[in-house]
Design a protein around this ligand. Structure first.
Ligand code: CAA
Ligand code: NAD
Length: 292
């Protein structure tokens, strides 16, 4: 595989994880965030996660240091021009993503492959806005990236075989298990997972049970690692809301529609674990369900 340098756009929950696994696998990584404060926050997230990997004896201290050395940061999008692969992991908005890809399309070399980590947008809607739809693919990682083994590799009707194969090989090279998916909103996993999370919110709205009891129900009753509310806070309430709106817009089926309570929580700025509050308050040692 001839990919050596990887650009990552966005260093939030997902971008930081993708940067981390790529650097651990030996790729040179250049991360773009919008300002220095967000670069610092992203760098801290990567350092914390690599520190945890060392603590858990998944990584040696030398390999942690080597991985950190392979990651550089910039606020200039144009600096990604020389990368072999650019993985976009910014906010789930077609407008924002297309604005970014338009700039990248103008500065990146012919050979650069573009990949999006979108959860719910169609890859086609981004690829079609560039001059390289044949070199455009979906690389959908899962949260937390260093731990979750799956990557959905998404091909549009225009993605070339070579691009798909290289993206697939990249997912393997960063230690993941890729599955191939066609470009339909939600791909394989979110098409099943998102309605489940939204149904839990509707169950809460209908007063069937409390946040804690629904989460306990799914962890102890079904063996899920976390219940739907802890998972929603983990994904990000703002991101879940955007995903839901996009999938509803695409399919016009009620099961994808954002429940009003979700909208209210977003309006209150409770974006989940990343902001400290969502369905739970995450500031203490253990999450505490908030009154809704
Ligand atoms: N780096 C490397 N390894 C790490 C690590 C790190 N930073 N942090 C933890 N690990 C390893 C641990 O060593 C452990 O490995 P072993 O099982 O081999 O011992 C494993 O990861 C689990 O770690 P913990 O025991 O510390 O964590 P946990 O048991 O509390 O589980 C969790 C945490 C993995 C997040 C678990 O709760 C879980 O799987 N939750 C569900 C996550 C999920 O569903 N994600 C998908 C979200 S949807 C999405 O991503 C798509 C979208 O588009 C929205
Ligand atoms: P996030 O809110 O944690 O991070 C997004 C980051 O992108 C922010 O730090 C923001 O400053 C930055 N950003 C915004 N515009 C930018 C630009 N033009 N250039 C560079 N950076 C920019 O969001 P996230 O959870 O990391 O999600 C990122 C993408 O990954 C979304 O498309 C989301 O749907 C997808 N995704 C999320 C999850 C999840 O569980 N959170 C899982 C898989 C995929």
């Amino acid at each position: 595989m001839d990919i050596e340098s990887v650009g990552i756009a966005g260093c939030g929950l997902m971008g930081s994880g993708i940067a981390e696994v790529a650097a651990k696998a030996g790729f040179d990584v250049l991360v773009r965030e919008v300002d220095e404060g967000l670069i610092e926050a992203g760098r801290r997230r990567i350092e914390k996660s690599l520190g945890k990997a060392v603590e858990k004896e998944k990584l040696s201290a030398e390999d942690r240091d080597a991985a950190l050395e392979r990651i550089s940061f910039t606020t200039e999008l144009e600096d990604l021009a020389g990368c072999d692969l650019v993985v976009e992991a910014i906010v789930e908005s077609l407008e924002a993503k297309n604005e970014l890809f338009e700039v990248l399309d103008g500065v990146c070399g012919e050979k650069t492959i573009f990949a999006t980590n979108t959860s719910s947008l169609t890859v086609t809607d981004m690829a079609a806005a560039t001059s390289r739809p044949d070199r455009f693919v979906g690389l959908h990682f899962f949260n937390p990236v260093p731990v979750m083994k799956l990557v959905e590799v998404v091909r549009t009707i225009a993605t070339s075989r070579e691009t798909f194969d290289r993206a697939y090989a990249f997912a393997q090279a960063v230690g993941k298990v890729p599955i191939a998916a066609k470009d339909s909103s939600g791909f394989v996993v979110n098409l099943l997972l998102v309605p489940y999370m939204l149904d839990a919110i509707r169950q809460l709205e209908h007063g069937v049970a409390t946040v804690e009891d629904i989460d306990t129900g799914m962890t102890l009753g079904c063996g899920y690692p976390m219940g739907p509310f802890a998972l929603s806070d983990f994904v990000g309430i703002d991101t879940l809301y955007r995903i839901s709106e996009i999938m509803y817009e695409e399919y016009r089926e009620e099961r994808y529609a954002p429940p009003p309570l979700l909208k209210r929580i977003v309006a209150m700025g409770r974006y989940g674990r990343k902001s400290g509050k969502g369905f739970y308050d995450w500031s203490g040692e253990k999450p505490v369900a908030l009154p809704l």
